[in-house]
Design a binder for this molecule. Structure first.
Ligand code: HEC
Length: 467
């Protein structure tokens, strides 16, 4: 193209000569960035690959994409990018499935092989819109932003326990959200984070940072370590509901029309932060963005953790309620290569499944969810033969799935504490259960609505009672 405009005569001759060779014909119908590649990147990559996001480079324009073309081909052909690990043949369809089809992978590979041509600007798809980094797909700013009460100082080194910063609901009525996003103030140190709606006992006192003030001789006169204090404070809180989580690759969630996450007016928002020191002192002030529901709510979205009772190695664990109580799990023995847990959630009243989110750490090996109907029929829900602890993905069903009372959601998990697991920091040691990544967790979550708990009807009953 360049030489064509510089010297039309010679350029024409070269193009005409090239037309005769097969290579040029192939190049002529090779995919171009503008027409074929940009739409794929916009759909599956730029949510992370844009300025201010977690990925190392922006894939928003030809100029920023071109130098990375070879790496692009390598990462999509190996299916390392985009990060999506649920196996289609053993899973339902997910609306946030950003994985590429064989055809799309082929387009990127052929484009790179053809020298990554730009193509015609007129073919470019409209640029995706983002507001000041917030991720709402329509480019809408949050209706309300709740920052952490202070900018928190993270030390250069050491282990920082998970910290909860509490903010009282600023709303004078119960609020439902259409979408929520957690945005770290300093991505270098925020390992992961979560915002929860919690009930705290009356009279709970806070310091200026919104941390619970620990009274002398709390917890029966024992001196409490920071970590113990955090865990005990978690235990005294109840009625917990997760609003939204941040981990690499996620932080924005949006719900269905008519179904939303609820923040009751008397709740506290627990901004739970897990920091990772990076060798230099840092500060962070993470923010929570909330988009209110604009239509009347019929159903509250509820998170269920399928893990709240005794479990033993290889045995089945039946979760009895919606609670987030800590399970009593035996430790994983040294070198155990295929240590299993099965979590079972009996569906006691008609419910609808909205999303699936497994959570394990470095030893997480694989995970699989199934729905077993009352008549014994099995419906595969989600399978990851290679659990990737670095990517905590919430798999949002494309079509909400009805789960009649009498069904069971079963979540099978395996752990690899052997030398074969290259992420394993200490195969010779027993693995304990805690929120730190070098310990383990088994938190197979789902999000549901209860079909017969219609909020519009509940409201009517309450109003009737008031009259
Ligand atoms: C959920 C967030 C996310 C999405 C979506 C995503 N990436 Fe990435 N990507 C990352 C992060 C984080 C890294 C750096 C860490 C790593 O390599 O795992 C990365 C690294 C890469 C690299 C390697 C860069 C290097 O330093 O060598 C390439 C190439 C890449 N991505 C291409 C893509 C392409 C192409 C897509 C879409 C088809 C995509 N990514 C989608 C988050 C994402």
């Amino acid at each position: 193209m360049k030489f064509l405009s510089a010297s039309p005569g010679t350029g024409f001759a070269i193009v005409a000569a090239a037309m005769l060779s097969g290579q040029a014909l192939q190049a002529a119908d090779a995919p171009t960035y503008s027409k074929d590649v940009a739409p794929i990147l916009n759909r599956s990559c730029v949510s992370c690959h844009r300025p201010g996001e977690i990925a190392p480079m922006s894939l928003l324009s030809y100029e920023t994409v071109r130098p990375w073309s070879k790496a692009l081909k390598r990462k999509v052909v190996s299916r390392e990018m985009p990060p999506w690990f649920a196996e289609k043949e053993h899973s339902v369809k997910f609306r946030n499935d950003m994985s590429l089809s064989e055809a799309e992978i082929d387009i990127i590979a052929r484009w790179v092989d053809a020298g990554a041509p730009k193509g015609n600007d007129a073919d470019l798809p409209p640029a995706p819109k983002y507001v000041d980094g917030w991720s709402h797909p329509k480019g809408i700013e949050p209706d309300y932003i709740i920052p952490m009460p202070v900018a928190y100082q993270i030390p250069a080194e050491g282990e920082v326990p998970n910290i909860s910063f509490y903010v009282k609901s600023p709303f004078s009525e119960d609020k439902f959200f259409e979408a929520a996003e957690m945005r770290p103030g300093n991505r270098a140190v925020v390992h992961h984070a979560g915002a929860y709606a919690r009930t705290l006992p009356a009279g709970t006192q806070f310091d200026a940072a919104g941390r619970i003030v620990r009274q002398a001789n709390a917890a029966g006169g024992r001196a409490r370590s920071e970590q113990q204090a955090v865990e005990e404070d978690r235990d005294i809180t109840f009625g917990v509901a997760r609003l939204v989580s941040f981990s690499p690759g996620r932080g924005f969630e949006y719900y269905r029309v008519g179904a939303g996450k609820k923040l009751a007016t008397d709740k506290y928002i627990d901004i739970g932060m897990h920091y990772q020191p990076i060798g230099k002192p840092q500060t962070d002030q993470t923010r929570l963005g909330l988009w209110f529901q604009r239509v009347p709510m019929t159903h509250e979205v509820v998170q269920i953790g399928i893990y709240d009772s005794q479990i033993v190695e290889g045995a089945e664990l039946v979760a009895t309620g919606d609670s987030m109580r800590k399970p009593a799990i035996p430790n994983i023995p040294p070198y155990a290569g295929n240590w299993s847990i099965t979590g079972i959630w009996p569906v006691k009243e008609d419910a609808t499944l909205l999303s699936i989110e497994p959570h394990m750490h470095f030893r997480g090996k694989d995970v699989e969810y199934k729905l077993i109907y009352p008549d014994g029929r099995e419906q595969p829900l989600m399978k990851q033969s290679k659990y990737e602890h670095g990517w905590q993905i919430n798999h949002e069903l494309a079509e909400p799935l009805k789960m009649p009372a009498g069904s069971k959601v079963v979540a099978y998990g395996h752990y690899d504490n052997s030398l074969n697991n290259r992420f394993n920091p200490a195969p010779h040691q027993e693995v304990f259960w805690s929120e730190q990544s070098w310990d383990e967790m088994y938190h197979p979550y789902i999000e549901i609505t209860y079909d017969n708990r219609d909020l519009t009807k509940t409201q009517t009953t309450q109003q009737q009672q008031q009259q």
